[in-house]
Design a protein around this ligand. Sequence first.
Ligand code: DOR
Ligand code: ZN
Length: 447
Amino acid sequence: MKTIIHNATIINEGKEWLGSVVIEGEHIAEVTDGPATDLSGYDQVIDGTGLYLLPGIIDSHVHFREPGMTEKADIASESRTAAAGGVTSYIDMPNCIPPTTTLEALEEKHRIAAEKSRVNYSFFFGATNTNLETIKDLDPSVVPGVKVYMGSTTGGLLVDRERALYDIFGNSPLLLMTHCEDTDIINQNIRYFKKRYKGQNDFPVRYHSRIRTTEACFASSSVAVKIAKETGARLHIAHVSSKKELDLFRNDIPLEEKRITCEVVIPHLMFCSDDYDQLGCMIKCNPAVKSSEDREALRHALSTGIIDVVSTDHAPHLLKEKQGGALKALSGMPMVQFSLVSMLELSDKGYLSRPRVVDLLCHNQARLFKIGQRGYIRKGYYADLVLVDPDANWQVLKGRYYTKCGWTPMDERTFKWKVRRTIVNGKTAYCDGIVIDGVRGKALRFG
Ligand code: DOR
Ligand code: ZN
């Protein structure tokens, strides 16, 4: 099967140009400049006129909930909503049931994904206080890294012993991705509010960022950075959410040379604490959505080299689990379908260039996790591609997104950009509102 996508504006490796991409089988066979003149000899011709062609998005932070929480979401449903958002690869988190903290649990997730995932997949392994010996045995070509929960959140995975942290940081052969929020500070804040509002067991959701504060994040992130520096660990801090934490990272060396990197996620770029009044618990997540000043600082850091990758922290819950306030409602929101259109909107607002959007969502994800043959539009690489319409002006409505939980805080929002077609390993997985059945992704390979 030979396909050509012709006459699209290609955004790749720092440049934007009018050109064509030829796909043969699963791979990119050719990338050309200028409009294609001869369209004969192809099995399929895709007209890219007026559209932008980007490498498929790699989202390295999602919670697809399978196994064990499939009433909220599952690998089939969430990989469909991913495909609709231009996401061609994802890396899923270990806080499912059972947690991905044993080799058997990891193998089970691979088995399910090989059968059901519409796009390419991989899985973080979860650290516990006691599973370092298993971590040492992980295959670095299959496992992208180890998730270390240094603060408690959904699922209860936690490494709370300092000795265990030092052992893991000192001995993990794999990158460590940390969730950094200091549980003692959070509990202290909860006690303070309970005392102040005698008898209340829950508070309005806007208190969430006054409980899970910048101080709680910074205290924990600083410890992670300190231990990484002492032990030489390869540290990647997940969902940096405050202005203050940005000072922990550097931008004076290339990504490949960094031992400490960071991720920012879409909820902290698109929402701020002023939104709690309107969107309520729908935007409750851990770490909390913080002030507009924090959001502005994160947005500005998108183009400075401080932020290495942008992911979504897609974390679906049932709407009934999002009832209550700062203490009772569960944390997390479905977002995987909206990373690309959100980032292009931020680009339109002047925060970053379009090639920089592609750096953060595609190239840097591949560089950071050393994902083989993906993340770029290059001859010989897998044909993971997304075609985007710059002038669709569409509204997010039920039926136009596919997360199993059936809601998103993006509901009713209007986006100028719209994903028109997503191609995974050379096959169209999504096109104009339809997720094509039968397309399956592959396990990502690293190193
Ligand atoms: O908001 C969040 N939701 N933060 C996390 O750390 C976990 C996630 C989830 O799994 O629900
Ligand atoms: Zn997460």
